[in-house]
Design a protein around this ligand. Structure first.
Ligand code: NAD
Ligand code: ZN
Length: 379
C-alpha cells in the first residue's frame, strides 16, 4: 500500500509499504478515505520527538471497514467509522474509567497509545491506504448515514474536535462564562467552536496569524492579534479588568514569541495572567518530558519556568494531557449529524496522499492559508 513515511527530521515520503492487515481476532481493517495532518505531527516532523524513521504517520483517520477479525461483533464490513487517535483496550483499569487516553495495556510500560505517534506504542498511522485498528469494537465509532457526504466534518472527530472540547472541559467552562484560548491553530479553533456550543458569553482567541484569527471570527469569537504584544491587556479590557473566567492552552511546548523564537513557558504564563483569580486552565497543547533537540538546557530536560507563585496566589486550577476522544466523539458526531456545527470550516486543503510531503512543508511553515490539510489516500 502507499503510505506517508517518516524518514527523519523534515523528511517524509510517500512510499510503498506492506499492506496493513488483520493481526489479531479483535482487529478491523479500514480503508482510509480521509486522514488529516495534525499540529502533533509537526513536533515529530521537525525531529523534536524520538520518533523512529520508518513509521507511517497519521492519527486523524476516517474510513470504511473492509475486513474484521473473528472476535469483532459490533463493527461490520461496509461501516464508515471514525477512529479515535487513542488506542484503548477497553478492559484495563483506566479504560474502564473512560480514560482511553491512558490505556495501560496497549502501550506497556507507559500509558496511552496512538497511531503513528512517538512514545505511544509501535502502531503505524493512517496516512496510508489501509489502517489496522486494534480492539475494533472499542476503538471504532460507527458514523451516521451522512458519513460519506460529510467526511471533512466527521474526520475532525478522531482528534481535534474532541481535543478542543476537552480543553474547555478541563477549563470547566460553563454557559455564560468567558474563555481565552491561546492558539488559533486547528485545536484552538475547535476549542473556540466547543466554547460557542457550550454557550460561552465571550470567546477570545489569541494568535499571531491573521488568516487563522479570521477563522475564529467567522464563528463569533473575538480575535486577539498578539504579534505586537498586548494580548493580556486586551483580555483584561474585554473582561472589565477581571480576566477571563477560564482559559485553554492550544499551542504546546513549541510556542513562540513575537520574533518567532521558541519560549516554552510563554502561553502558560500568559494564561495565568489572563485568567481571573480562581479561574481554570485546560492545557491540551503538547508538552514533553524530554526535548533533546531544544536550544535551552531547561527545555532539553522538559522543564520550564512556570509562574507557579502567581498561579497559586490566584487560586487557579489546571488540567493537562491527551484527550480521551471516546468521552466525547459520539455526542460531537450528533452535533455534526444535526447540523449544529460544521468543523470542516477550517479545512484549507483537500489533497491526494502523493502531495503530503508538500503539505507537511507548508503546514509546518504555518504558510498563510494552510490551516488544516486533509488527505485522500484512496482518491
Ligand atoms: P498548530 O501548530 O497548527 O497551531 C498552533 C498555533 O499556535 C499556531 O497558529 C501558532 O501561530 C500559535 N502560537 C504559537 N505561539 C503562540 C503564542 N505565543 N501565543 C499564541 N499563539 C501562538 O497546531 P494544532 O494542530 O492546532 O495543535 C496545537 C497543539 O495541540 C499542538 O501542541 C498539538 O500537538 C496539540 N494537540 C494535543 C492533543 C491532545 O490530545 N492533548 C491533540 C491534538 C493536538
Ligand atoms: Zn492530531
Amino acid at each position: 500500500m502507499k503510505a506517508l513515511v517518516y524518514n527523519g527530521p523534515c523528511d517524509v515520503r510517500v512510499q510503498n509499504m506492506p499492506d496493513a492487515r488483520i493481526e489479531r481476532h479483535t482487529d478491523a481493517l479500514v480503508r482510509i478515505t480521509r486522514t488529516n495532518i495534525c499540529g502533533s505531527d509537526l513536533h515529530m516532523y521537525e525531529g523534536r520527538t524520538d520518533m523512529k524513521p520508518g513509521r507511517i504517520l497519521g492519527h486523524e483517520n476516517v474510513g470504511e471497514v473492509i475486513e474484521v477479525g473473528r472476535a469483532v461483533d459490533g463493527v461490520k464490513v461496509g461501516d464508515m467509522v471514525s477512529v479515535p487517535f487513542n488506542i484503548g483496550c477497553g478492559f484495563c483499569e483506566n479504560c474502564e474509567r473512560g480514560l482511553c487516553n491512558y490505556c495501560l495495556t496497549t502501550n506497556p510500560g507507559l500509558a496511552g497509545a496512538a497511531y503513528g505517534f512517538a512514545d505511544m506504542g509501535p502502531y503505524h498511522g493512517g496516512q496510508a491506504e489501509l489502517l489496522r485498528v486494534p480492539y475494533a469494537d472499542y476503538n471504532c465509532l460507527i458514523l451516521p448515514r451522512d458519513a460519506s457526504e460529510k467526511q471533512n466534518d466527521y474526520v475532525m472527530l478522531s482528534d481535534i474536535f474532541p481535543t478542543g472540547f476537552h480543553a474547555t472541559e478541563m477549563a470547566q467552562l460553563c454557559a455564560g462564562e468567558s474563555v481565552v484560548i491561546y492558539g488559533a491553530g486547528p485545536v484552538g479553533l475547535m476549542a473556540a467552536l466547543s466554547a460557542t456550543v457550550k454557550g460561552a458569553s465571550l470567546v477570545m482567541v489569541v494568535d499571531t496569524h491573521k488568516d487563522r484569527l479570521a477563522l475564529a471570527e467567522q464563528i463569533g469569537a473575538v480575535a486577539i492579534d498578539d504579534s505586537e504584544g498586548g494580548g493580556i491587556e486586551r483580555v483584561m479590557e474585554l473582561t472589565g479588568g477581571r480576566g477571563a473566567d477560564c482559559g485553554c492552552e492550544c499551542v504546546g511546548y513549541q510556542c513562540c514569541n513575537m520574533r518567532h523564537e521558541e519560549v516554552p513557558n510563554l502561553t502558560m504564563n500568559n494564561l495565568v495572567h489572563a485568567v481571573k483569580f480562581t479561574g481554570r486552565i485546560g492545557c491540551v497543547g503538547v508538552f514533553v518530558p524530554q526535548d533533546p533537540n531544544a536550544k535551552e538546557k531547561l527545555q532539553r530536560r522538559g522543564q520550564m519556568a512556570f509562574d507557579f507563585g502567581m498561579f497559586w496566589f490566584k487560586g487557579q486550577k489546571l488540567g493537562t494531557g491527551q484527550c480521551p476522544v471516546k468521552a466525547y466523539n459520539r455526542y460531537l458526531s450528533r452535533l455534526i449529524e444535526q447540523e449544529k456545527v460544521k468543523p470542516s470550516w477550517i479545512v484549507s486543503h483537500e489533497l491526494p496522499l502523493e502531495q503530503a510531503p508538500e503539505a507537511y512543508r507548508n503546514f509546518d511553515e504555518r504558510k498563510e492559508g494552510w490551516t488544516k490539510i486533509t488527505l485522500k489516500p484512496n482518491g
